[in-house]
Write a protein that binds this ligand. Structure first.
Ligand SMILES: Nc1ncnc2c1ncn2[C@@H]1O[C@H](COP(=O)(O)OP(=O)(O)OP(=O)(O)O)[C@@H](O)[C@H]1O
Ligand SMILES: [Mg+2]
Length: 367
């Protein structure tokens, strides 16, 4: 990963954003403004520039193209700065309904920028707590960002699982041999992926504990555990379990046993935070997990990702905001933090070193 920070961004025809250049500082950037003025759009534009996709659902080209005016092309111009050498790098792109083109240092490139970026939305914490599939996706996405081998093995596993389910939903009695072969293939991938997941949680554990204590409370403790079906890392054990479940799988038409059913448990003082915690405590736990991931990212790549914190103040009290702001101040990463909440804005306003921007009808002004 490149240790780059965003210094300048200019977008044309991206949602409601104005064409003026937006300048960012290397540390904390606060983005203020009333509802519906374009705060999240700024985060989305930066995320899109790096990832070439939005963090919003249903956000393909027609949705992100500015509805005002005749123009049918979106363009991005940006300047990134290397935090170690202070060297600057240009990156730009254009998109229209036929496709897109990207340029690094003026030269056409098909490769995405190797810069980590983490987007944190106000709804993620609830989704994470309510849905096991969101927890699985969270771990898979984040672990996948750190470990390409994991990403590849997961993609192989998912393909096999889809094929197995397809056979089960058709005439499984005719496909016993194929299903046996798929199980052999899935056994290796399942054991590999489970070992990777356990190692990831092991790596995360001290950071989770530390970020939770720093951010929210020294009196409580937070831990993350894997709740897996693969209780024995042995190929024959896995194949035996698949056999035992085969009859049931044939009746229900899909695969009932396997690591696609794994889940993750956040333990708040040893109690399952999904059942036990208040909404505020759930948000603290979720944010601690995220910041732990950010620390682990730095540990692995020797550089922090850019962090986009979209209005995370809901459910947290003033004391927690203050601790969050203190935490951000003490860390050396670039963060863009938005809020429409006046009380949270007051707390953010106290950070003297922060770059403060005000967005009104898509126009960004330094304050
Ligand atoms: N394709 C588009 N073209 C022009 N404007 C758009 C487009 N898509 C969305 N918008 C406008 O962008 C605005 C929403 O921007 P955004 O989500 O950034 O607001 P926000 O400042 O984050 O608000 P909140 O505080 O409520 O989260 C809305 O006014 C919406 O109408
Ligand atoms: Mg918003």
């Amino acid at each position: 990963m490149l240790p780059l920070k965003i210094s300048k961004l200019q977008v044309k025809n991206f949602r409601n954003l104005d064409e003026e250049i937006i300048e960012f500082s290397n540390g904390i950037n606060c983005i203020f403004g009333e509802n519906g003025n374009g705060k999240t759009n700024i985060l989305e534009a930066l995320y899109f520039l790096i990832k070439r996709k939005s963090f919003r659902k249903n956000a393909s080209f027609p949705q992100i193209l500015g509805i005002d005016g005749e123009n049918t092309e979106i363009s991005f111009q940006s300047l990134f700065t290397d935090e170690d050498t202070s060297e600057a790098y240009t990156y730009s792109g254009k998109l229209n309904e036929n496709g897109h083109a990207w340029f690094y240092q003026g030269k056409s490139t098909s490769k995405k920028l190797e810069i980590g970026i983490v987007f944190i939305s106000p709804f993620d914490s609830q989704g994470f707590h309510l849905s096991s599939s969101q927890r699985r996706t969270w771990i898979d996405d984040h672990l996948g960002q750190l470990d390409k081998e994991y990403k590849k093995a997961l993609s192989r596993f998912t393909k096999s699982l889809r094929f197995r389910n397809k056979l089960l939903s058709q005439k499984p009695s005719q496909f016993q041999k194929q299903i046996n072969a798929i199980d052999e293939e899935m056994a290796d991938n399942s054991i590999f992926l489970t070992q990777k997941r356990l190692a990831f949680l092991e790596d995360l554990r001290p950071f989770v504990r530390e970020s939770f204590k720093n951010l929210f409370s020294t009196e409580h403790d937070l831990e993350i555990m894997l709740d897996t079906k693969i209780t024995n890392m042995n190929r024959d054990f896995y194949l035996d379990m698949c056999q035992r479940n085969r009859e049931k799988d044939i009746i229900i038409g899909h695969t009932s046993y396997g690591i696609h059913k794994d889940d993750y448990v956040l333990l708040f003082d040893g109690l399952n935070s999904f059942d036990y915690c208040s909404l505020g405590q759930q948000k603290m736990s979720y944010l601690s997990l995220l910041f732990a991931y950010i620390e682990l990212f730095r540990y692995k790549f020797n550089s922090f990702p850019i962090v986009l914190l979209d209005d995370v103040s809901g459910e947290l009290d003033k004391l927690r905001w203050r601790r969050l702001v203190e935490y951000l101040k003490n860390k050396n990463f670039q963060v863009l933090i938005t809020t429409a909440n006046d009380s949270f804005k007051e707390v953010l306003d106290t950070i003297e070193s922060a770059n403060k921007l005000l967005v009104s009808s898509g126009i960004v002004q330094k304050v």
